[in-house]
Every structure is written in C-alpha cells, then in structure tokens.
Design a protein around this ligand. Sequence first.
Ligand code: GDP
Length: 378
Amino acid sequence: MQQHFDKDSAHIDHPENDPAYQGLKVNRGIKAPPIINPYFKPRKRRRYTTDEYVAGILEGNVSLLSQAVTLIESTLASDRHMAQEIIEKCLPHSGNSMRIGITGVPGSGKSTSIDTFGMHLIKQGHKLAVLAIDPTSEVSGGSILGDKTRMEALSREKNAFIRPSPAGDSLGGVARKTRETIILCEAAGFDTIFVETVGVGQSETAVHSMVDFFLLIQLAGTGDELQGIKRGIMEMADGIIINKADGDNIDKAKLAASHFRNALQLFPATESGWEPKVLTYSGYYAIGIKDIFDMIDQYRHFTVDRGFFDLKRQRQAKWWMYETINDTLKNSFYEDERVKALQQEIEECILQDRITPFKGAQKLLDTYYQALRQDARK
Ligand code: GDP
C-alpha cells in the first residue's frame, strides 16, 4: 500500500497520531527497589587475640584457621603483624605433614585429580589442606586455582580445608603467603598439604621450594609428549603421572609414560638418589590412585631413611629466609620516595647515553643509602 509521507497529512494518516490510539500505554511506574538490601548489616567479625587464634588453630578450629589465613593475606600492617605472631606460635606445632606440590597445564585435570586424590586420602583417615599458587591472580586479582567449586566432593568434607590462591602484588608475595598458610594448616592437624599450581610459569620454583614431593600431571596423545612443559619443570618432578588413562586412551597413556621414562633417563641423577617414577591413572574414573600414593609413601621412606627429607626442609627454610630478605630489600628500595623522585631522570640520562647503566644504578643506590642514613638520624 502506498504510504502518504506528505508533511501535512502524515500526522493524520499514521494510526499512532490519532488521539484515540491506545497501542502503547505508559503506566505510572512504581519506584524501583534499592539495589542494596536496606536491611543488610555487615557482619562484624569478632577480633580474636593472638592466643585465641593459636588455641583455636591447635584445636583444629577451621573457622579460626580460615580467619588467621585472612590475616596473612591482609595488606594491613597490623593484620600482618598479628599473623606473624600467630605463625611464630604455631611453628613448633607444624611440620608433621606430607607436603605435595601438584602442577599441570590447564585442562590436564588438576582439579578433577585433586578431588579424587583428596577423597582417597580422607577415606584413609587423613586430613587434607588444598592450597594454591596462581600466577595469573597477580594480573586478574582473582584466582582460578584452589577453587572449591572445582573440587565438588572434597569441598563437602569436613576434613578438607580448601583455600584459593592468595591474590598479591608479586609471585614472591603470593608464594610466601601460601608457605605461611602451610604452617597454620599443619598446626591445625592437617597431615597432608596439596599446593596446586599451573605448569606454565615460574610459580613451580616457588612451589618446589615449599613441598616435599613434586607431582607433575601430564597428558597423552598431544603429539610430541614433551611439548608445552618446560624441561626445568620435568627436572623438578619426583613423580610424573599421566592422566586420563581410561577408555580408548589407555594405550596412548602407556606409550606416553614410556616416552617420559626415556626422557627422564637423560636427566642427571637426583641428589637424593630417588629415581622419579612415571605412572598412568585416571583422575575422573579413580583408576590407579593407590599406586600414586604408594609412590609418595615410598619416596617419603626413601628420603627419610637417607636424611634427605629433613635436609630438604632445612634448605627450604633457609631459601625462604633469603627470599624474604631479597623481597623486603627490593620493596624498600623501589618504594622509597627519594629513589622514586630520581628514577625517571636517571633513566633518561641512560637513554641519552649521558651516563652508563652502572653509574645510574650506583646513583640510585647512593640516594637510597643516604635516605636510610637520614631516616636513622631522625
Ligand atoms: P584443570 O584445568 O587442570 O583443573 O583440569 P580439570 O580437572 O578441570 O579437567 C579438564 C577436563 O578434563 C574436564 O573436562 C575433565 O572432566 C576432564 N578430565 C579430568 N580428568 C580426567 C580423566 O581422568 N579422564 C578423562 N577422560 N577426562 C578427565
């Protein structure tokens, strides 16, 4: 039908221009409810004393344990101070656990496996803490590891304590918080600690320096079996486990296992004398789980008998002391206002070839030392 677009007649021809038209009626609205619940009262968390926290943790009170971990993760100086006191008091009660690092690329089945491993241990009467170091949380602020929703069965168990990766400004900071959390978990009676991480970054070194046994999850059937995982990570592994050995994948998993065994032959002997083992399993169908924990037990006996177990822990403790010193010094340097004020100028001088990088570094360090002396005189 031909429409009339004649200016004068348009207002009449269009049905919506008819005053009697009721096609669209706007009702008087009701006021939108507030998006924040007006009855909501933020729950005031009772502050406990250091001794109350310690006593609660030693009794295995998970709620207090959890709150103490929050203090460790806090950015408030007063919280951190209190956390340090709690850690110190818990330290004599810690150490009685098997600390197991679990790594694997995303999709390798870490969460499925941890769920299954955890249920296996809990059925045997163990108490398990699952912690995580997630390097991506530095960027995203959130965490993908150690997430309860990924460990369905385990998250319902009262003998399992699951804590996602702390968010933090540096990997070193995040890792230190996890290490401190291990101490509290042990004091609370958790005899097995899993520290989960993704097998793609530097976080493995941090995890390796806080666990007794390092477990690497791998997959079969991805073409070149050794691809996607750094040689360094394989070298750290005390056990390599090939996941998804179920259904049609069993043969491929076995083949991958033999590839890994061959590859391991080329690595230098480990200091402890332990020969890393390669096993196949299915995290989803819970096949081969007992063998994995038999291997870990075997490792424990092997290294305890040779004195290596304690030696490794002592070295780790020393490593953490130096790590902490390095981190603290670095932060103190880069956060100093006087250093910050000069930094850009020195950088520009270097870019314009007016001074060498070494001279530039010396200038900044001198400024820092001078600032320290000034502060000391105050
Ligand atoms: P993550 O990213 O390493 O934590 O891996 P997930 O545990 O989320 O597993 C990734 C995918 O692999 C999921 O779809 C799982 O269902 C699947 N998966 C995990 N373990 C197994 C297994 O043992 N067998 C098979 N067939 N699939 C598995």
